[in-house]
Design a protein around this ligand. Structure first.
Ligand code: ATP
Length: 257
């Protein structure tokens, strides 16, 4: 599925948070969005997912849906958004509850998602019994159960420690190797953007405008190879330069109250 954003502006009362955003997300592309705190990244994601109505501009999606797609656009959140009183499998089942599916298919979707994320043997556990990494894997299994055409990820790894983040990045790589799901990935972390994204959008400080869109030329699967490091270091330097300038300016601004 493709996402087309044109001349998008968003205001919360008198606070303009996004201004003149034009963006195209190609089918199967992973686009990371970075920028200083408060520049409107989550708002952009909310607008793309249809949960925030933009003040002006156009957002549309195009293209075929995967077989068995129940919900074309699906979110994965930083805080996992699991129901604490439901078991792992019941948390995944939640997103299927309002769809009239045969029982066998419902079970198959839950099992496939849980096995994919290595959670099958933990299906009866409650979220509180799991590590942060495992909880986020439940969040991913739940997102996959609806066979989405597009994933909207809001800092999905930022609540996790560095080692767990590495493991989850491998899970995402595996996901995009197999499914090629289009994704918009908001992060503060340059390493995540460099590891996972095809292109990286750098937003300015608020109101968020597109400063630059940087392409990571190296294919995702080759980014750990020694031969990729020079290119990745160059892209990282470029992104850091852009981010630093915006973050410094944002830091010097008087807080909006
Ligand atoms: N529902 C809302 N009503 C009013 N103001 C809001 C609302 N949601 C967000 N804001 C404000 O809009 C601005 C942009 O918020 P948003 O969460 O989109 O930014 P962000 O770039 O994702 O921030 P962060 O990097 O800190 O997560 C912030 O100043 C925030 O306080």
């Amino acid at each position: 599925m493709r996402l087309l954003v044109s001349d998008l502006t968003h205001r919360y009362e008198d606070l303009t948070v996004l201004d003149g955003i034009d963006l195209t997300l190609a089918e199967g592309e992973v686009l990371a969005v970075i920028g200083p705190s408060g520049c409107g990244k989550s708002t952009l994601l909310g607008i793309a997912g249809g949960i925030v109505a933009p003040t002006s501009g156009r957002v549309s999606v195009e293209g075929p849906l995967p077989d068995g797609c129940l919900n074309p656009i699906t979110f994965i959140f930083q805080d996992f958004a699991l129901l604490p009183w439901r078991s792992v499998e019941d948390n995944v089942a939640l997103v299927l509850e309002h769809h009239p599916l045969p029982t066998a298919e419902r079970r198959e979707r839950i099992e496939t998602g849980l096995r994919r994320m290595g959670l099958w043997e933990f299906r009866k556990a409650l979220p509180k019994q799991l590590s942060g990494g495992m909880r986020q894997r439940v969040g991913i299994a739940r997102a996959l159960a609806v066979r989405p055409a597009m994933l909207l990820l809001d800092e999905p790894l930022s609540a996790l420690d560095a080692q767990t983040r590495e493991l989850l990045m491998d899970d995402f790589l595996d996901l995009w190797r197999r499914e090629k799901t289009t994704a918009l990935y908001v992060t503060h972390n340059l390493d995540e953007a460099l590891r996972l994204a095809d292109r990286v959008v750098v937003l300015s400080r608020r109101p968020g405008r597109i400063r630059e869109i940087v392409t990571v030329e190296e294919p995702r699967d080759r980014r750990q190879a020694p031969s990729a490091q020079a290119h990745l270091a160059e892209v990282r330097e470029r992104l850091w330069h852009l981010m630093k300038a915006e973050a410094q300016m944002a830091d010097r601004e008087i807080a909006h109250v």
